[in-house]
Design a protein around this ligand. Structure first.
Ligand code: PEP
Length: 267
């Protein structure tokens, strides 16, 4: 096997693979994060072929430790949030520069739990997206309708508003570094995933919107992943449509076995 196709070797020339993002949320201390990383690393080295792009998003306190394990490999590091300013008197906050200094390449922005529990609005998320891009971090921008909006058949207008505001003033060049995560709020952590058909239709809607906002190329090339109760059992079906570039995984990313099973269903 070509070494670049195997294991942990980085290869930027490979055709686009499915993108599997682990969001550990407020789980795992330093020791658990290191244990997970060791297990995942030895699985990848043993089995060689991982036909997916992997991004791990541990809590801030584990970023550096996870980076030490995977630095220079094809497994990338992301944070779960950041502040919209570069520096200053913002007690308890973390800046884009700080994340970069821990080895982060990506940052999840606008997760529904940030919107719900920390009152993050589309306008604030937009500021964070612009700051991340400005400072060389790649944002993973989360959007999605809640249960009421879903039941009221408001999915399209809701996500249209979210994407329009969250991506305001993001340039065409900037879009090369943006990933969108469609995460219906009613599916996050509930064990109730959207169907592959629902996901495909929303992703197609988002691509049409991106075409209007930007152009055909950006509409085709922007990575759009699905998140919401992805498991080893449903991953294959959910990731099958071509328009779905992968998944953002919460609960099932906390155990190596489940996470690896999801990665393996991605190809
Ligand atoms: C998430 O945290 O973004 C998520 C999709 O969680 P879960 O997979 O647990 O639904």
């Amino acid at each position: 096997m070509h070494p670049a196709k195997a294991g942990l070797t980085e290869n930027k020339k490979m055709p686009s693979k499915k993108l599997i993002i682990a969001n550990w949320k407020m789980n795992k201390g330093l020791v658990q994060s290191q244990q997970f990383s060791d297990e995942l690393k030895s699985y990848i080295e043993k089995h060689k072929v991982i036909d997916a792009e992997i991004i791990l998003c541990p809590p801030f306190t584990s970023l550096e430790a996870v980076n030490r394990k995977f630095n220079g490999t094809a497994v990338k590091l992301g944070a779960q949030n950041m502040h919209q300013e570069s520096i200053g008197a913002y007690t308890g906050e973390i800046s884009a520069g700080m994340l970069k200094s821990c080895g982060c390449e990506f940052v999840i922005l606008g997760h529904s739990e940030r919107r719900q529990y920390f009152n993050e609005t589309n306008a604030l998320i937009n500021k964070k997206v612009l700051k991340a891009l400005d400072e060389g971090l790649k944002p993973i921008v989360c959007i999605g309708e809640n249960l009421q909006e879903h039941d009221d058949k408001l999915t399209e207008p809701v996500i249209e508003e979210q994407i329009s505001v969250c991506l305001q003033h993001v340039s065409e060049e900037g879009m090369a570094n943006v990933t969108i995560a469609y995460e219906p709020v009613w599916a996050i952590g509930t064990g109730k995933n959207a169907t592959a058909h629902q996901v495909e239709s929303v992703h197609n809607f988002l691509r049409k919107k991106l075409k209007k906002m930007y152009n055909e190329e950006i509409s085709k090339n922007t990575k759009i992943v699905y998140g919401g109760s992805v498991t080893p059992e449903n991953a294959k079906e959910l990731f099958a449509p071509q328009t779905v570039n992968g998944g953002l995984i919460g609960g099932a990313s906390l155990e190596v076995d489940k996470f690896v099973a999801i990665i393996n269903s991605a190809h």
